[in-house]
Design a protein around this ligand. Structure first.
Ligand SMILES: [Zn+2]
Ligand SMILES: [Zn+2]
Length: 354
């Protein structure tokens, strides 16, 4: 076959690939500008990763193109200066802005749609309610990395309630909490968070009790949520609330915060015996031998979080690729890997309780 015919055929067969632009800026060299070079390389890498992720959305069965995209993002975000790079900031801002638009407009008819935001922040939306967990702006020490107040306000407008696990600033954001309180939307936290501040009296601090189902009223929506607040810890001394939230439709979401304390297996081992857990949002770096978390929580689906928190040193930024080692075989405990700003539509009928 003549080369010209072959290339025409390739063009017709793979139109998406033929449109891929590797470097939109077309600059020919970066001599004498190592930071500029690294930023441009990050831009090219993240553009291509973005295209790959869009061509293969989150699923239990990741094609190789998604795995390559995870690794490309891990490589960029484990550069020490990643949060200072405009390319990384743009990638983050664009993806979260798109997620916020989706959260505002998505009509959920069945099951639940889950968005992963920064770090261990998630939004879940069911037909009747939109719930946020550990939402913050991306406080990494780089002002330019943080999401704008305008975008946070739009997100606050779109959710009905916020749960905050523990008193570390990669999980808390008083500015965002105030936006919800101003709209008479509940903010539920562990009791040390924002102690002594003027808003403290408006925050809900339900009892930490593994054996009690508690009710939280959402006055604007005129509905109630049932929750269990498990008395967790990050290490021996820092209290970390692990929230199990029942949506009015009966779908359950379990968010672990930074749970990591062996003595808490006294209640973790029993969670799945007492409740059906649909989605487990687990902090990826906390692992225990022989899948003891998974066997305790017994979730239908796991969505790991806390990857690429750029405020940490690179050894504890937590890449996506380590999740393969940590969460392992998807047959026993299915899990879906998500990147900043991505969404996943969960339908209970597609998963069974372990
Ligand atoms: Zn923490
Ligand atoms: Zn954390």
């Amino acid at each position: 076959m003549k080369p010209i015919i072959l290339s025409l055929l390739l063009f017709l067969t793979f139109p998406a690939l033929s449109q891929t632009v590797t470097d939109p800026d077309k600059k020919l060299e970066w001599w004498g500008n190592p930071d500029g070079y690294l930023n441009q390389q990050a831009k090219v890498t993240l553009n291509l990763a973005d295209q790959a992720l869009r061509s293969a959305p989150p699923s239990v069965n990741d094609p190789v193109i998604r795995k390559m995209a995870y690794l490309m993002i891990d490589n960029v975000s484990h550069e020490e200066k990643a949060p200072l790079q405009p390319a990384v900031q743009d990638f983050f801002h664009h993806r979260i802005a798109e997620a916020v638009r989706q959260i505002q407009t998505e009509k959920v008819k069945k099951g639940a749609v889950i968005w992963k935001l920064y770090n261990h922040a998630f939004v879940v939306k069911t037909p009747s309610v939109t719930i946020g967990f550990d939402i913050q702006r991306g406080m990494t020490g780089s002002e330019d990395f943080m999401l704008s107040r305008q975008l946070m306000q739009e997100l606050a407008d779109a959710i009905d309630i916020l749960f905050v696990s523990h008193n570390h600033d990669d999980h808390t954001d008083m500015v965002f909490a105030k936006m919800l309180l101003a709209q008479n939307k509940p903010v539920v936290t562990q009791a040390d968070i924002w102690a002594g501040s003027p808003i403290y009296g408006k925050i809900m601090h339900p009892e930490r009790d593994a054996n009690q189902i508690q009710k939280i009223a959402l006055p604007i929506k005129n509905i109630e949520l049932q929750i269990v607040v498990y008395p967790g810890h990050q290490g021996a001394d820092l209290q970390n609330n692990v929230y199990l939230v029942y949506s009015p439709e009966g779908i359950t979401f379990l968010h672990t915060g930074d749970q990591s304390y062996a003595a808490d297996f006294s209640w973790i081992d029993l969670v799945g015996d007492n409740h059906r857990v649909d989605i487990l949002m687990i902090n990826s770096w906390s692992v225990y031998p022989k899948h003891r978390y998974e066997k305790g929580y017994r979730p239908r689906l796991i969505i790991p979080g806390h990857e690429n928190e750029l405020g940490h040193t690179i050894d504890h930024r937590e890449p996506y690729w380590l999740n393969e080692n940590r969460l392992g075989n998807k047959t026993d405990f299915p899990w879906v890997q998500m990147v900043w700003g991505e969404k996943y539509h969960y339908l209970p009928k597609n998963f069974r309780q372990v």
